[in-house]
Design a protein around this ligand. Structure first.
Ligand code: URA
Length: 246
């Protein structure tokens, strides 16, 4: 991505990247541990171009970026929030160098829902992905009570009333398999919705007389959960993944 000329204070750059507080930066400068374009600097307030000037800390290059884009495999038991008084949050799963960017979850998954959650500090991208006008498709894998099939697929295609008079937009149901006994069947399904009402998938299955037993988001727009990520693990998006979301 081409960046225009920007300048920022060296201490701001280091603190944005979670490398040093402002007062740490002062000390680092005093100790001669910060170089800009090969020269030891004397002032932690020096204005530099973080994209073009070469900044080094203890001989290591300092690579600046404004935004982070993180794919998290959310486990059950953590809440999709940045802070919570009772529960662990998805942000608590990140190490300090990523928390330094102040990322937030793009949309919410319920505490017991697993799967793909995008975390970023890019408000514009988050806004675009969540905008109700954009109808970004989200696909969920679910295990639901009973033998769901064509009848439910038709109802979801037509839209179901999930309460308070709200009728869902057309959604696509794909039944993967049915397991269990005749009296206690569980259907494994994929459901793609293009909106994000509170508890939407659970309420849609309730509307057709079923119940979600397990729920996992597998994709959001063009972004697919990397199944090699264990639950609770994360990685940054690749350039291609990020481009596919824009
Ligand atoms: N629908 C739900 O019911 N729960 C989620 O976490 C996501 C979609």
């Amino acid at each position: 991505m081409s960046k225009g000329r920007t300048t920022l204070r060296v201490d701001k750059i280091l603190s944005h990247l979670g490398l040093a507080t402002r007062s740490d930066s002062k000390k680092l400068v005093k100790q001669g541990r910060i170089l800009v374009n090969g020269l030891v600097i004397k002032d932690s307030g020096l204005q530099v171009d973080p994209y073009h000037d070469k900044i080094e800390l203890d001989g290591e290059p300092v690579l600046y970026r404004e935004f982070v884009y993180i794919m998290l495999h959310k486990p059950a038991g953590v809440v999709s929030a940045t802070e919570d008084n009772r529960d662990r949050t998805v942000i608590d799963l990140l190490p300090p160098q990523f928390r330094a960017f102040s990322p937030f979850p793009v949309g919410r998954l319920d505490k017991d829902t697993e799967g793909l959650l995008l975390l970023t500090n890019d408000g514009q991208l988050a806004h675009d992905l969540l905008s109700p006008r954009k109808h970004v498709p989200k696909t969920y894998y679910a295990e639901v009570q009973g033998a769901v099939g064509d009848a439910e697929a038709v109802r979801f295609e037509q839209g179901v009333d999930i309460g308070e008079g709200y009728v869902t937009l057309p959604a696509k149901l794909e039944v993967l398999e049915r397991v269990g006994t005749e009296e206690a069947t569980v259907s494994r399904i994929l459901l793609t919705i293009s909106e994000g009402k509170f508890h939407q998938v659970k309420r849609m299955f309730e509307a057709v007389g079923s119940k979600v037993l397990y729920l996992k988001r597998v994709s959001m727009g063009a972004l697919k959960l990397d199944e090699s990520l264990p639950k609770g693990a994360f990685r940054e998006l690749t350039e291609e993944e990020l481009a596919s979301l824009r």
